[in-house]
Design a protein around this ligand. Structure first.
Ligand code: SF4
Length: 363
């Protein structure tokens, strides 16, 4: 690759970052020294995966107050950890963070990039980011934002991840010259705030040397990846209540939703409409958007006379315990609606059918 030398090309990022850097709780003041609290860097990097800075800020503060160090987190109860993560989404990150903290508490911090990458939940990007920001290692951390900036700066045609190994090698001298923590965070900041998908080249410190800008190519570099259309579904999300207890799905041990309690759901296309909704309460529905699917959610409260014996995987939970359980975003929303005024639904599934689907067959 005949790219210009990285220290010269990226040099304007250092003074620019000094000027614009936000004062974030996980950012060290001194960007030339190792971070005083690598655990804080680890927490912030895992929280920032897939989540915006503004959302992370209050979660980070509460998390550090509750779990101030790796040992405290390692010993915390799983439910308490997921509860503290509630609302951030992608709950696997919380479980990984706890497992990584357990490893650090037991064995100390790894001494190299390979060791960091072996911590649970740290892919190559997060391991490199923690290496650079926490320990000042010249480990190039390339996420989607950084790939976009470098693709434009160097006029890389096609998928900028294709030359990822070359880009990492190219970046190392700049990390050494400008400071690993400083340059890593400056690149992240530039990609997040200036060289966004629609770039603000007028305020960019690299505008005078950016090959995409000089060639009028900022609109098509990097090419926009085509996304598969998310699958659409419609479901009833149901809070059955009997004598002060609610019926919930117990948490799965594995998978994306491991550790989270959920309300039972019923595919709207499969249900027979109720002729008389009786005491059912409904609230306005919403669309829940996930990476690969969209759910049209219709929340219902269905009172039943007495708790029935549920099928395996469902459990009656006393009302007083409901607030303390970790729920995903969709399910929190129904919990928050309970006790607020709803209305009798114009359309609802037959509650007897839903109860039959949840009740264990009589012996
Ligand atoms: S000049 Fe524009 S396209 Fe180039 S790096 Fe800066 S913001 Fe991105």
């Amino acid at each position: 690759m005949s790219w210009p030398l990285s220290p010269e090309l990226l040099a304007p990022l250092a003074p620019w970052f000094e000027r614009v850097r936000r004062d974030l709780a996980w950012r060290a003041r001194d960007l030339d020294a190792p971070h005083p609290d690598p655990y804080a860097v680890l927490v912030s990097e895992l929280m920032l995966q897939q989540t915006q800075v503004a959302t992370v800020v209050p979660y980070f503060d509460r998390w550090l107050a509750r779990f101030p160090d790796a040992a405290t987190l390692a010993e915390a109860d799983d439910d308490a950890v997921l509860k503290a993560w509630e609302g951030l989404g992608y709950y696997r990150r919380a479980r990984f963070l706890k497992a990584a903290a357990a490893s650090v508490a037991a064995e100390g911090w790894p001494g190299d990039l390979g060791g960091l990458a072996r911590l649970p939940g740290l892919g190559p990007y997060t391991a490199a980011a923690v290496g650079a920001i926490a320990f000042q290692w010249p480990t190039p951390a390339l996420d989607g934002n950084a790939f976009r900036v470098l693709a434009r700066l160097l006029l890389i045609e096609g998928d900028p991840k294709a030359p990822a190994a070359d880009l990492r090698t190219w970046l190392v001298p700049a990390l050494q010259a400008l400071g690993p923590s400083r340059l890593t965070q400056a690149l992240m900041e530039l990609g997040a705030t200036v060289c966004a998908p629609i770039p603000a080249c007028g305020t960019c410190p690299l505008a005078d040397r950016c090959a995409a800008r000089l060639n009028g190519r900022t609109g098509d570099i990097p090419p926009v990846a085509k996304r598969a259309k998310p699958k659409a579904s419609a479901l009833w999300l149901v809070a059955f209540e009997a004598q002060g207890q609610f019926l919930l799905l117990t948490p799965a041990a594995k998978g994306l939703l491991a550790g989270l309690w959920r309300w039972p759901t019923f595919d709207a296309a499969d249900q027979t409409p109720a002729t008389d909704p009786g005491p059912i309460t409904a609230w306005p529905g919403w669309t829940q958007v996930y990476t690969h699917r969209r759910e049209a959610v219709s929340p219902l409260h269905i009172p039943v006379e007495a708790p029935f014996t549920p099928v395996e995987g469902l459990r009656w939970v006393p009302r007083a315990e409901l607030q303390g359980l970790p729920l995903g975003k969709r399910d929190q929303r129904l919990r928050d609606l309970l006790g607020t005024p709803g209305q009798s639904p114009l359309e609802a599934p037959d509650p007897a059918d839903l109860v039959r689907a949840c009740a264990a067959p009589s012996p």
